[in-house]
Design a protein around this ligand. Sequence first.
Ligand code: KIV
Length: 264
Amino acid sequence: MSRITLPRLQKLYTDGIKIAMLTCYDSSFAALIEEAGVDCLLVGDSLGNVLQGHSSTLPVTMEDMVYHTGCVARGSRTAFILSDLPFASYQESREQAYRNAARLMAAGAHMVKLEGGAEFARSVGFLTRRGIPVCAHLGLTPQSVHQLGGYRVQGRTAEAGDQLLADAIALQEAGAGIILFEAIPADLAKRVTAELQVPTIGIGAGPDCSGQVLVVYDMLGIYPGRPAKFVRNFMNGASSVSDAVARYVRAVKDGSFPAAEHSF
Ligand code: KIV
């Protein structure tokens, strides 16, 4: 199969075919995950938690992201690769955002992701007009965990829901090619998805997004303590890691994941 591109993702979206995304941080997993049918690999700054053992994503550096993006790109032949701009690598100015996004693209990313709403619309426009596709991450934005007061579901009030919708529209108008929602009520994700003309990807955002993402360690059952409500352990009943990933892809594509029990 040839490489999945942004226009191909847009076509999946317009054809009503769900997009399956997983986080990925290294070359071996990149090959395995895409072979099992995943459309998009996200080199997430969640690597700060699951690889580095930090309690937040805040310590993750540009050097970390460039290194892991290169590892994933070298193992990948077919998936569309997104890479996170880490904390303090884009918030200062659109020029700073461009400089650091360009480093991720040079390392092998096909799109960068940044956390935040309409306040970053100018940066999104600056990047996309210069050939760097952008995914905007709304809802629970882990880089703002201290501002949010913890890892909490966002968008629960009517006001917060309207704000999220306004942010998503502003980011789409600025050029964002994908909007990602983390930990928001399923009915809000459904409403905003219906208003947009670009795909939405959900994690803890219910079944009505255009696609889903999970942290690969979570869906393989590799986490200390209790999993988040929105996680399903796809290793249960699977014969191998590849089989678990293939089951995830099938469940996303046929709409059986996430179920009501994974949604807010
Ligand atoms: O860093 C990450 O893994 C993410 C996902 C939680 C969407 O941003």
